[in-house]
Design a protein around this ligand. Structure first.
Ligand code: ZN
Length: 268
């Protein structure tokens, strides 16, 4: 049987002030950080976890993040390195729907879209403070046109592309591929763990922990829906890594990212 492979899909970079990246830590000055997605080539399908940002949308809505992205650093560009077409992606999983995690979803037109039930709700009916973060609706432009009482999970959403599958709690979505609830950054945030044949499990934090430095300082970033919950999720990731003897892969960590292997290299 075919073995699972994991590829890191480089998506370019953005920059923010350290006072945002390390909340109340007294740090200042711009810090540039990477954005990336993860392709899991698995016997049960081709899964992508997070799809980076759309350059045009990001320049338009949050130019202060100074986005940098070449055509190769897009979902089609990265998949092309692997001779995979976006239409061959069977599932797109989003840790959450912030613009730097779902910008490439729209390219995977045949995929089922998986997220936490509460995340889909938060994205459909964003709070005022979350509207900018949730502003890239390009992968499901009609989603917000649905009336609020349209019961999620009723199947009625399936008339739209993409098809949504919502989850709650920890889940094994394919053999050896786990989603762990790490709430707080947003209402329905998931981190991902993949077990592989020839190395320690890979635990992708997504925005429940931006970087090794955040973890070392137990210091969260700004812009979370619930700060206490975000801290608890950071601790949860630490505990999960220990429990499963997993390697942590941080979402926005320039120093760590320099040592990660990127596509076309495969972790196996
Ligand atoms: Zn985020």
């Amino acid at each position: 049987m075919k073995k699972t492979k994991v590829y890191l899909l480089d998506g370019g970079s953005m920059a923010l002030d350290r006072s945002y990246l390390y909340l109340n830590a007294g740090l200042t000055g711009d810090e540039r950080f990477p954005v990336y997605g993860v392709l899991i080539d698995h016997p049960e399908g081709r899964f992508i976890f997070d799809t980076g940002f759309d350059f045009g949308h990001t320049c338009e809505t949050v130019p202060f993040t100074k986005p940098s992205q070449t055509p190769v650093q897009t979902i089609p560009g990265q998949l092309d390195l692997l001779r995979v077409r976006p239409s061959e992606i069977t599932h797109v999983i989003n840790s959450h729907y912030h613009i730097d995690h779902c910008g490439g979803n729209k390219h995977c037109s045949h995929a089922t879209t998986i997220c936490h039930k509460c995340e889909l709700e938060a994205f459909r009916f964003p709070q005022e403070s979350e509207k900018l973060g949730y502003s890239d609706t390009s992968f499901a432009p009609h989603l917000r046109d649905q009336p609020a009482d349209d019961a999620l999970g009723s199947g009625e959403l399936d008339i739209f592309t993409p098809r949504f599958e919502t989850l709650t709690g920890d889940q094994e979505i394919a053999k050896g591929v786990y989603l762990f609830e790490t709430l707080g950054h947003t209402a329905g945030h998931y981190s991902l763990m993949v077990k592989l044949a020839h190395r320690r499990p890979m635990l992708f934090t997504a925005d429940a922990c931006y970087s090794q430095k955040n973890l070392d300082m137990m210091c969260i970033q700004a812009g979370n829906r619930d700060e206490d919950q975000t801290r608890a999720s950071m601790q949860r990731l630490k505990d999960l890594a220990e429990l499963h003897d997993a390697d942590l892969f941080f979402s926005h960590d320039a120093e760590s990212y320099a040592n990660y292997q990127k596509a076309p290299y495969a972790y196996t």
